[in-house]
Design a protein around this ligand. Structure first.
Ligand code: DP6
Length: 351
């Protein structure tokens, strides 16, 4: 048998993005959230990451890796990945002895303006722990809470991508198991209507974000409304958990739209202020409200830190809502682009 430090190998993971219903906006310390958040795990929007590892020949640097995104070298991504690998070295001691060729692909077009740090860092963390298992073996394998914690160190929202259907991250007084360090699964406590729930992502703009999430979070540090916002998020979480449990779509939709608007309202009055919504974002939100009023169909919207609109609806209304999207809303999208996503089952090992 070969020495473990002479091994070469390849590990690959696919991990999904998620959409927050209660938003994480504001962090402290090493990526700890200022309020609890809850998200739905998506299915079609994912990152696939492969790590090909081999023993290192060169020990000049504390870590050794190359990174390619969609088959292209991306020096602009290298710094964040370098920092991340340095941070997680304590969990993955093999990083001291192995060179990593990391390749990553998104299922959604990179230029679609979809936030990808959740899927990217969760796929990377899962591939790293798999590599470590292959090289050194963990006995037992790392618990999900620990993997979620390792995802969080890359990007806060990434720690929520690991679980089927839904996840909650951040200490919530009503949930004993919740923690600021990692996310916990919420799928089992949700009403069955959310297991087949839809999120159609309308691409209003494919441009990358004007303000990074990290810069946005840091503007919460001196934000005059920060204490009120964190209190609101806690209150909304309690109400939303009840609605999600009961399958109360109207109550849920009302709270989710309010959360999206609060998130963007915080941006509007940050110092400096910034606006991520675009004229077509406002038109689409308005059209969704009118459609809901006219038809009685429980379709709602939410927004990420960007101009694209996530249209949320139950499977029983799929045909009517998708007809409305195709016939009306796509006229306000960049090149009529949208992603037909829905609630998914979480990450999978792919090779
Ligand atoms: C608006 O997780 O991208 O999407 O921790 O700095 O990587 P970092 O930020 P990130 O922030 C996500 C913000 C949000 C809301 C949410 O997903 O909860």
């Amino acid at each position: 048998m070969r020495e473990k430090k002479e091994r070469t190998g390849t590990v690959s993971w696919r991990s999904p993005s998620n959409i927050a219903l209660i938003k994480y906006w504001g962090k402290h310390g090493d990526q700890f959230p200022c309020n609890p958040s809850i998200s739905l795990t998506l299915e079609q929007s994912f990152t696939e990451t492969t790590i090909a590892y081999r023993p290192r020949q060169d020990f000049r640097d504390s870590i050794s890796f190359t990174f390619r995104f969609q088959n292209t070298v991306r020096p602009d991504f290298d710094e964040r990945i370098r920092k991340y690998l340095l941070k997680v070295r304590t969990y993955f001691p093999s990083l001291d002895h192995f060179h990593l060729d990391i390749t990553s692909d998104n299922s959604f077009p990179h230029s679609a303006g979809i936030a990808s740090s959740a899927s990217a860092f969760s796929a990377l963390a899962l591939a790293l722990q798999d590599m470590e298992n292959e090289i050194n073996g963990y006995a037992p394998a790392l618990p999900m809470s620990r993997i979620s914690e390792i995802c969080r160190l890359g990007s806060g929202s990434a720690c929520r991508s690991l679980f089927p259907v839904a996840a909650l991250w951040g200490k919530a007084s009503q949930l004993e198991a919740s923690s600021d360090s990692y996310a916990i699964p919420m799928g089992p406590s949700l009403h069955e209507t959310f297991r087949s729930y839809h999120d159609s992502i309308l691409i209003v703009s494919r441009e990358s974000k004007k303000v990074s999430s990290s810069a946005g979070h840091s503007l919460m540090n001196n934000h005059p409304f920060a204490p009120v916002r964190y209190e609101e998020a806690r209150k909304n979480l309690q109400l939303l958990l009840d609605a999600l449990k009961l399958g109360d779509l109207e109550r849920m939709g009302f709270l989710v739209e309010m959360e999206a608007m609060q998130l963007h309202a915080l941006m509007l009055c940050s110092n400096p202020n910034f606006v991520l919504m675009q004229p077509n974002t406002l038109i689409i939100m308005d059209l969704i409200k009118s459609f809901r009023r006219d038809t009685g169909i429980p379709v709602y919207f939410t927004l990420d830190a960007g101009p694209n609109v996530h249209v949320l609806y139950p499977d029983q209304n799929r045909d009517e809502v998708q007809e409305f999207i195709r016939g009306v809303l796509l006229n306000y999208c960049d090149r009529q682009q949208w992603i037909q996503d829905q609630v998914g089952q979480g990450p999978v090992k792919i090779r």
